[in-house]
Design a protein around this ligand. Structure first.
Ligand SMILES: NC(=O)c1ccc[n+]([C@@H]2O[C@H](COP(=O)([O-])OP(=O)(O)OC[C@H]3O[C@@H](n4cnc5c(N)ncnc54)[C@H](OP(=O)(O)O)[C@@H]3O)[C@@H](O)[C@H]2O)c1
Length: 177
């Protein structure tokens, strides 16, 4: 199969692309630095030509409330429109466990908007939800720190290794799960 990985150069994407290739699939790692931009549409038509599956593991460059919502809405709308035109048969997206319970966060409102656009599209889809990656724990600590204070919610989390997340997304993309 031809599989296009949107965000194929990111943390999850760069682990996912070789896993899919190991199974003999033709895989395009799509990202702005490989000439494919889901916001402008640049390179999308060419990348999706002949593709059976698109996996979206992209992420927004700016997590401000308005910017992140605009990113996931624009990117997902463009992607689904190009996929319909190209005859893509399966759209797989990576989201976050508990997204619908964290709507006070602009980031999670944007992820719900992404999920809703996918669910209402005509393209068969799978939404894979992962918990926070171990690799993201330093990021959580950094943005929770204000001077010499660290603000953290009193909740337990069960992080996952990015490599395990990439494996699970790959299994879904290949139709094994
Ligand atoms: N962090 C967590 O703990 C966690 C937990 C569960 C789910 N998730 C989800 O996992 C997904 C992947 O996260 P990640 O940490 O692997 O992301 P990441 O490392 O930040 O990678 C993001 C990727 O998206 C690409 N990208 C950015 N703008 C794009 C555009 N306009 N068109 C096409 N590609 C674009 C980037 O390309 P460039 O490098 O060229 O900009 C990069 O390849 C996200 O959707 C996130 O919501 C994250």
């Amino acid at each position: 199969m031809k599989i296009v990985v949107i965000g194929g150069t990111g943390l999850i994407g760069s682990k996912l692309v070789p896993k899919l290739r190991e199974h003999g699939h033709e895989v395009i790692a799509a990202a702005p630095n490989t000439g494919v931009d889901t916001i402008t549409g640049e390179g999308l038509g060419e990348a999706l030509k002949g593709a059976s599956v698109v996996v979206d593991v992209s992420n927004a460059p700016d997590w401000g409330d308005a910017a992140v919502l605009k990113f996931f809405e624009t990117s997902t709308r463009n992607l689904l429109a190009f996929e319909a035109a190209a005859g893509v048969r399966h759209h797989v997206a990576l989201s976050v466990v508990g997204t619908e319970r964290m709507l006070e966060s602009g980031y999670f409102r944007a992820k719900i908007a992404q999920e809703d656009l996918i669910k209402t599209s005509s393209i068969p889809h799978s939404i894979v939800r992962a918990t926070q990656f171990y690799e993201f724990v330093k990021g959580i600590a950094d943005f929770s720190t204000d001077g010499n204070k660290v603000h953290l919610p009193p909740v337990l989390i069960q992080p996952m290794a990015a490599d395990d997340v990439a494996s699970a997304v790959g299994q879904v993309a290949m139709g094994h799960l």
